[in-house]
Design a protein around this ligand. Structure first.
Ligand code: SF4
Length: 427
């Protein structure tokens, strides 16, 4: 991976949201509220398909070139009467943040929407961001998608399956939200989505399908019906039989918790496996109900992806606001799936400063030792970092390890553990 020859410079946005660099200050990063001068090796070229966000009500913070100290930029250095805002990178999939965007939030600033905000700078004619590629799989790379082909194939399949409500729902996910999994379904390749549940037994602060407070909008609407086993298998069977590297996944961003639809999932998996033993049947879940995980594993479920913001009970509770379950049930679900000889991934929400805090590292190491999942998917937390830290009532006990050192230590301590970003094929 290439890194900049010199330290990237701060970028900011002017009143018209034009993004400019300011060579008097180096780009800074943030780690759970603390400003950091990133190392040059922390920067990679901004990946194709990434977006730059202008952050309302946030003033950019850079680093003094001489001593690396953080400095606030309160006005446009090229036009003092002009107000300015901080800028962040929303990286394309398969990239994990090392540091968040550095800014100071002004009074009455609006909450940031449900995206990840990674540090970004400018050097030698391009944007650089503090991240690393966490999966070489290209299934959601921007270069893999041609909109005309997607439109043609989606419209054709929607006409062929007018009576399948699930396929019609996925049509909206594909054409309206641009969901990469729905796109790959209509393109007949890789991982396809099987959303099923309008309800959930958690109230995650950063839920992307339901934001009851209204202070922040959900990124997609929740499915409003439970597909039948026939509708599910009409999507899954041909996909598993025909697609390259085929995976079908229950548990998508456009639904609640699929374990609440255990009867439907069990019947669907049995029908699917009666018709094909090809490909991987996966379940993305909050892993709240071990007994349902057992039933699905017995029915033929191949892999489980467990979403997890923290391995510390307090922070897990404060984020998931669970209804009738806790971290111990989540661990029990992982052990249940492992006892059935199946594959388990953690969908681990990454926030620099929290993830690589010493207490979180210890708690995660204990969970890995006791539950033995096979893989960690290094997913950036898609949420306003300050809102998240407040919601967790986060207390950083000591200086964070640094994301790259955190990953190295984990790899040393757990040499069998896989690291990535996506669900792997396991059959
Ligand atoms: S478990 Fe998923 S669907 Fe349920 S509240 Fe959390 S993010 Fe939303």
């Amino acid at each position: 991976m290439i890194h900049p020859a010199g330290q990237p410079f701060l970028v900011f946005a002017d009143e018209e949201e034009n993004i400019t660099d300011f060579p008097d200050l180096h780009a800074a990063g943030m780690s759970a509220g603390s400003f950091v001068l990133p190392a040059k090796e922390d920067f990679i070229p901004l990946p194709e398909g990434s977006e730059l966000f202008v952050l309302p009500g946030r003033l950019p913070v850079g680093c003094d070139q001489a001593n690396g100290e953080p400095l606030l930029l309160e006005e446009n250095p090229f036009n003092p009467n002009d107000s300015i805002r901080a800028v962040a990178a929303f990286m394309s999939p398969a990239h994990t943040a090392v540091l968040n965007s550095a800014y100071q939030t002004t009074k009455d600033a609006p909450r940031l929407p449900l995206f990840a905000y990674t540090a970004v700078g400018w050097y030698d004619g391009r944007f650089w961001t503090t991240a690393f590629r966490s999966d070489e799989d290209t299934r959601q790379d921007a270069s893999q998608f041609n909109q005309n082909t997607i439109n043609k194939k989606t419209v054709k399949k929607l006409q062929q399956h007018k009576n399948n409500r699930l396929i019609q729902h996925l049509g909206k996910c594909c054409l309206t939200y641009g969901c990469p999994a729905a796109r790959n379904y209509f393109l007949g390749r890789w991982e396809a989505p099987l959303p099923t549940s309008p309800t959930c037994n958690a109230r995650c602060v950063g839920c992307i399908s339901l934001q009851a407070s209204g202070k922040c909008s959900a990124t997609q609407d929740r499915i409003q019906f439970v597909p039948t086993p026939a509708e599910l298998s009409e999507v899954a069977i041909p996909h598993l039989q025909q697609a390259e590297k085929a995976i079908v996944s229950f548990g998508q961003g456009c639904e609640g918790e699929p374990l609440l639809q255990c009867d439907t999932l069990e019947k669907a998996i049995i029908i699917i496996r009666k018709n094909t033993d090809l490909g991987t049947i996966n379940l993305n879940t909050n892993a709240s109900i071990p007994s349902s995980v057992k039933r699905l594993a017995d029915a033929g479920l191949d892999s489980l992806r467990v979403s997890l913001n923290s391995a510390q009970e307090k922070y897990h509770n404060n984020y998931y606001r669970p209804q009738g379950f806790g971290l111990s049930d989540v661990c029990e679900s992982i052990k249940t799936m492992k006892d059935a000889g199946k594959f388990v991934s953690l969908n681990y929400f990454i926030l620099p400063g929290v993830t690589d805090s010493e207490n979180e590292f210890k708690a995660l190491s204990t969970l890995l030792t006791q539950c033995k999942p096979d893989r960690i998917q290094l997913r950036n937390l898609n949420m306003d970092p300050e809102w998240y830290l407040r919601s967790l009532d986060f207390k950083g006990s000591s200086k964070p390890l640094g994301m790259k050192k955190w990953l190295t230590l984990l790899k040393n301590d757990f040499p069998e553990l896989q690291f990535g970003y996506y669900n792997p094929e396991v059959r």
